[in-house]
Structures are given as C-alpha cells and as structure tokens.
Design a protein around this ligand. Structure first.
Ligand code: TYM
Length: 334
C-alpha cells in the first residue's frame, strides 16, 4: 500500500530476447491491472549480471525491454517504468534483507540450482542471493500484488517469509505481497520440448516465439511444433504439445479450452497449428509496430527514463529510510 493506494511491482530481466511466455505469463496481465493500482515495472538489469553479460549488449537490451513495456501497452503516465540500477535503494535494502535470510532458505531455490548447473563455471554469490534482491524490489514499493508467471512462485514465497520475519521483529514495516498468476498463459512450454518451459536462454530458437519474430518465422515455428502421433485436438496432460498449443491459442484469442476443442473438432494438427500461428501473429503485430515507432523517438523514451526514476527513487527511499531506522542505523543530519 502506497499513499492509501494498493501497489504492484514486477520486473523482467534484460537478458535474452523476450518470448510469448514472458508476454502471456506476465506483461499482458500488467497492462490489465494498471487502473486499479499504483504500478511499478522495472527492467531488472542488476539481476542480469548474475550471469556474464556483454556491457554494450546489456545496455541495448535494457533499453529495448523498457521500450517494449510501453509498446505492449503499459501507459508510462500511469505506470512507473524504470531501470533497477537507477534506484540505489534496491541494493541497499537487499543488503539489509540478506541479514534476515537464512542460507537454508536460499539453498532450496530451484532457480539457483538450475542456473548453477547451467553456469557451472560462474556460480557467483549474486546468483545465490538473487532472491533477496528480488525481495527488496518487491518490498521497497510496499507491493500488495506481484503479477508473474508460475516459475516465480517460489521467489514470491521467500519474499513473504523474509517480510513476515522482519515484521515479526520490528512491527508492520512491509506489506506482505500476494503473487498474481494468471489463469491462462502462466506457464508456456517450449514448442520443441513441451515438457520444458519456454525460456530466454534456450539454445534451440525453434522452441520459442520471440516477440519480435516476423510472421513467416512464427508460422514456421508453429508448423514445426512437436506434438504427438494421434491427430485429435484435445486438452490432456498426456498430450503436452497440444495442451501447450491450446493454452497459447486460448491466451492469444481469449477462447476457453472447450471452445477451442469444439472449433477444431474433426480437423487435424496442420489446421490447428496454422490457426495458433495466425492468432499469435495478430497478437504481436500491434506490439511490433508500436515498438518500431517508439524506438525512433529517443527524446520521449529518455524523458520516461528520467521522470520515472525520480518517482521510483522517491517511494523506494521512503521505505528504505523507515527500514534503516528500524534496524538502528544513525539518523541523517540535514
Ligand atoms: P524473467 O525475466 O525470467 O521473466 C519475466 C516474467 O515472465 C514470466 N515467464 C513466463 N511465464 C509463462 N511462461 C513461461 N515460459 C515464462 N517464462 C518466464 C516470469 O514468471 C516473469 O514473470 N526473477 C524475475 C525477474 C524479477 C522480478 C522481480 C519479478 C526480478 N525482481 C520482482 C517480479 C518481482 C525473472 O527472472 O523473470
């Protein structure tokens, strides 16, 4: 809760290329929530350096991601869209919270286990304390709701545990956040390996539909999507490829599983894959057009970066000062 209004925080890493899982699992829901809440949407560039990055590339990707937030429909007048690295309170609160987080809790994080297996040459302390920085992101803005895909659920749970522990010692300092995980699209799977989630770091580009893929590429990737050998469009756990395509179609068109099954009764996988591809092309077209337009307007994007960082700093510092006082740091002399 901020100034009497419920608040929202969420973020995305500026690494890799955004795919429809990121859009359907998170970004699309953000756009739908903007009227009811005070919203903060961050490009989490500090989280990105837990894996080695090329500096020029990271800067470029961070800007593209911020632009994409707007292109996807977030109104920068209503939503505070900013870079994590422009608000130093993230790092400061993260340090304090790390003193209230147990190693046993961090050891249980599945994302840490996955990432350290993938980057065995660089298992750095940042990768390990990543969830603490994420907790700081969320708690700085006294967030009531955090819209994410289902893969972030565990990070939300540890955030709540840290906040409750802190409140238990010092009184009601933090709002306890609730995850908001959409009913459709919360876990989009790879088109090539439907048992695995669609992921920015997947080396097989055919497994993911990127938000900037052109129509031909999108249709081709859907045509090649791995399914099973029967030819029935039916939503079932033992048909993970088709289940995923029905989920994507439903998220892109708003149609329920039932409606989709009826629409394609008697038709084969070829027809269905094409229809899913076309629905995704239509969903992405306006975003791609707006992205191209916005990318040309350097001054406009710069002004958003500047103004929104000021707003984010204001609210973040308010919480940080409260926390610093609670833990016993000396008062600042003005
Ligand atoms: P990131 O950048 O991996 O993903 C951004 C958002 O996309 C969702 N997502 C998916 N949803 C459905 N299907 C998929 N295949 C899929 N893949 C990703 C994620 O759940 C996420 O909502 N740690 C976070 C970034 C972060 C953050 C935060 C999020 C940092 N601080 C504070 C919320 C609040 C991450 O790496 O997301």
């Amino acid at each position: 809760m901020l100034d009497g209004k419920k608040s929202i925080f969420s973020g995305m890493q500026a690494t890799g290329t955004l795919h429809i899982g990121n859009y359907l699992g998170a970004l699309k829901n953000w756009v739908e929530l903007e009227d009811e809440y005070e919203c903060f949407y961050c490009v989490v560039d500090m989280h990105s350096i837990t894996v080695r990055q090329d500096p020029a590339e990271l800067r470029k990707k961070a800007r593209a991601l911020l632009t994409l937030y707007i292109a996807a429909g977030l109104n920068p007048e209503k939503n505070c869209i900013y870079y994590q690295s422009h608000v130093s309170a993230h790092a400061e609160l993260s340090w304090i919270l790390s003193c209230y987080t147990y190693m046993g809790e961090l050891n249980r994080m599945t994302q840490f286990k996955d990432k350290s297996a993938k980057h065995s040459e660089n298992i750095n302390a940042g990768l390990y304390t990543y969830p603490v920085l994420m907790a700081a992101d969320i708690l700085l803005f006294q967030s009531d709701v955090v819209p994410v895909g289902s893969d972030q659920k565990q990070h939300l749970e540890i955030t709540r545990d840290i906040a409750e522990r802190f409140n238990g010692i010092y009184g009601d300092v933090f709002t306890i956040p609730e995850p908001y995980i959409g009913k459709v699209g919360a876990r989009i799977m790879s088109l090539q390996e439907p048992a695995k989630k669609m992921s920015k770091s997947d080396e097989n580009v055919n497994g993911s539909i990127y938000l900037m893929d052109d129509p031909d590429t999108i249709i081709r990737k859907f045509k090649r999507a791995v399914t099973d050998s029967d030819n029935e469009i039916r939503y079932s756990e033992d048909k993970p490829g088709i289940k995923n395509l029905i989920d994507i179609y439903g998220a892109a068109t708003g149609k329920s599983v039932n409606e989709t099954e009826k629409e394609f009764a008697g038709l084969g996988y070829g027809d269905f894959k094409l229809a899913v591809g076309e629905s995704v092309v239509s969903m992405l077209k306006p975003i791609q057009d707006r992205f191209a337009e916005l990318s040309k307007d350097k001054e406009y994007i710069d002004s958003i970066i500047k103004n929104n960082a000021e707003k984010a700093n204001y609210y973040a510092n308010k919480t940080l000062r409260k926390v610093q006082k609670k833990v016993g740091f000396p008062e600042r002399i003005r």
